[in-house]
Design a protein. Structure first.
Lengths: 289, 342
């Protein structure tokens, strides 16, 4: 019996992301982007007890979902934990055309459902003037790809979480929470690289976020301001932590990662990215033992 | 310390977030013309005064430091007004849209005790700063050859936006992303004396989408630089540098440093080793878009507090501007000597 409540798959390796080396990612990309391989990994992991997958709303996510749908019963059982928005895509778009053009560009192909909502909420002119209407429309657009899938919790990407946190933008956190729970009827979660600060701010703002995804690993990689402070915050935060980067982007061994995580009894959920059935066998053989 | 920010686009917001998290720093005012952002700041940040004209902000506020995070063509006039009003400033890279403007800024800054910095943040990435220490300790012996590139998969269609308009951006990939690489090369190896090469436009009408340059440094080092924003496989901007000396070679990018030495060095346990960013990593007070930005802003604030000149000051950044201007010249034909100015 595993000591974790849930172990989730991360989708990054399927989309050619490698946190140890982008150079290595480039040499592997053609293999990892073979979604048939992704399906085999997902099926295999699911059989071992992996309940779901953390996904970014990358433009090709719909292709991966399409392939999973070919296994008719898997799509009904397998859970998705999207991290929105797909920040990397937007950053490049902003580089190319500036922030406002990017916003308008993203709004344009929103599809009928969103266009309807844009019209009922007063048209594009109104949305352009109201940051929070815009934010809610973005959430709708980002979740379009996940229609007809089992979504439990939607996470706000760390770039947005951490910027809003740094700027003390309580309203962003409030809006995200309320809109997902009340309108989309799913849980709201946050991804952060600043776990202790986030925990203390949520407490100050009296916001009840039950899910935070953040890095925990023995070398303190992406744990700010320090590993020790992050460990202390674990005892303050009452919700569920989903530990990511447990291998510090592939820098530490699975055995070492497991030993460290085992010392942190408050961590009961994990996410790990992997790209082959063999890798899944090795990884979950240790994590689910 | 009272700080003002001109331009709350992507980089302005990022710096605002970091500055807001540094003890003793107070964001007193911002200038933003776009109503969506300006209205939000007005409504939810009552302690921050919002202006739509930076000159009004400068005149109405007592500011110790201004962050200039606007499109490139407005860097020069805003910096000039900061100097005239004796306010320290930080400018996002590149310094100005052309060399002429950089020269004028340097001239105006000479003899002042203002603290100024330019956003060449790659110097604050752990792998690149570690290589600077290794090179300074002469680990490679005499360096003879450098291969360098900066790539990102960004532009694959006719581009809209201000970056593709030469009048606003000053140039294409060479000035935009490539300037980071030129800054690192100058920091590592000293002045580049002569350049030759070519630039190419595929998607952008007014600016270049790629550039390839040969460089001669003052100390007999020869090198090449290749940059493109229209190349597949680079999800995020990536610099790769290969440095060859008579005692071996170093390969470095944002992720790792690969060292291959003929004769072992007392600093290192192995003569062939790879140092990953993970092992150089230390936490920062807040991470908004990368720890290097936090370190960059902490450095700026420290410099202003201690009245010390920044590591990446306007004089330094103007050298990058000289090199890039010569590269644009060389692309028209022949080898060009890089003219630096005092």
């Amino acid at each position: 019996m595993t000591r974790f409540d849930s172990v989730l798959l991360g989708d990054n390796p399927f989309f050619g992301v490698d946190h140890l080396s982008q150079e290595r990612a480039r040499t592997k990309a053609p293999v990892s982007q073979n979604f048939q391989n992704a399906l085999e990994v997902i099926k295999y992991s699911h059989n071992l007890g992996v309940k779901g997958m953390v996904v970014s709303t990358h433009p090709t996510l719909k292709d991966l979902i399409h392939i999973i749908k070919t296994e008719s019963d898997l799509i009904d059982k397998f859970e998705f934990y999207p991290i929105i928005p797909y920040v990397q895509g937007y950053v490049l778009k902003i580089n190319e055309m500036g922030m406002l053009n990017t916003l308008m560009d993203i709004l344009s192909p929103a599809g009928m459902i969103n266009k309807m909502k844009i019209i009922t909420s007063g048209g594009l002119g109104i949305i352009k003037k109201d940051l929070f209407k815009l934010f809610r429309t973005f959430i709708d657009i980002e979740l379009l790809q996940l229609n007809d899938t089992k979504v439990k919790t939607v996470f706000l990407h760390d770039v947005i979480t951490d910027l809003a946190l740094a700027l003390n933008m309580k309203q962003i956190f409030q809006t995200f929470h309320e809109y997902l729970q009340d309108y989309h009827k799913v849980n709201a979660g946050l991804v952060t690289k600043n776990f202790p600060l986030l925990v203390s701010k949520l407490d100050e703002w009296k916001l009840d976020y039950k899910y935070i995804m953040t890095s925990f690993n023995k070398i303190g990689f992406q744990m700010n301001p320090s590993r020790q402070e992050c460990e202390k915050a674990l005892n303050i935060y009452k919700g569920n932590v989903i530990a990511m980067s447990i291998l510090a982007g592939g820098f530490i061994s699975l055995q070492d990662a497991y030993e460290y995580i085992s010392t942190q009894s408050r961590i009961r959920n994990l996410v790990v990215g992997l790209s082959s059935v063999q890798h899944a066998k090795d990884t979950f053989g240790i994590l689910l033992k | 310390m009272n700080v003002g920010i001109v331009g709350l686009g992507k980089m302005g917001l990022l710096h605002a977030g970091i500055l807001n998290s540094i003890p003793d720093v107070k964001i007193k005012a911002v200038t933003e013309k776009e109503s969506l952002i300006a209205n939000y700041v007005r409504d939810s940040m009552p302690s921050v005064n919002v202006y739509d004209d930076y000159l009004n902000m400068i005149k109405s506020e007592e500011l110790n430091l201004i962050y200039i995070t606007t499109p490139i063509s407005s860097h020069f006039p805003i910096a000039q007004d900061c100097i005239e009003n004796k306010i320290n400033f930080f400018i996002e890279k590149p310094l100005t849209k052309n060399l002429e403007e950089s020269k004028k800024l340097c001239k105006k800054l000479k003899g002042t005790d203002l603290v100024h910095s330019v956003g060449y943040n790659r110097r604050f990435i752990d792998t690149f700063s570690e290589v600077k220490s290794l090179l300074d300790s002469k680990i490679l012996g005499d360096i003879s050859r450098i291969k360098s590139s900066m790539y990102v998969s960004n532009i694959f269609s006719k581009s809209k936006g201000w970056r593709s308009r030469k009048e606003v951006s000053g140039g294409g990939v060479l000035l935009d992303f490539g300037s980071h690489l030129v800054d690192l090369l100058l920091w590592y190896f000293g002045n580049i004396e002569r350049v030759s090469g070519n630039i190419k436009s595929v998607y952008s009408n007014e600016v270049e989408d790629s550039a390839h340059m040969e460089m001669e440094f003052s100390n007999n080092i020869r090198g090449e630089l290749d940059t493109s924003w229209s190349i597949r496989g680079y999800r995020i901007p990536e610099i790769n540098l290969e440095i060859i000396g008579n005692n071996g070679s170093i390969k470095v990018n944002e992720d790792f440093i690969k060292i291959d030495l003929k004769k072992p060095d007392p600093q290192l346990t192995n003569s062939n080793t790879t140092i990953y960013k993970q092992s150089l990593n230390k936490g920062v007070i807040i991470d908004v878009g990368g720890p290097d930005y936090t370190k960059e802003d902490l450095h700026m604030i420290d410099c202003v507090k201690n009245k010390q000149q920044s590591m990446v000051n306007v004089f330094e950044a103007s050298k990058t501007q000289s090199v890039i201007e010569s590269m644009y010249d060389a692309a028209k034909g022949g080898t060009k000597k890089v003219e630096y100015f005092d």
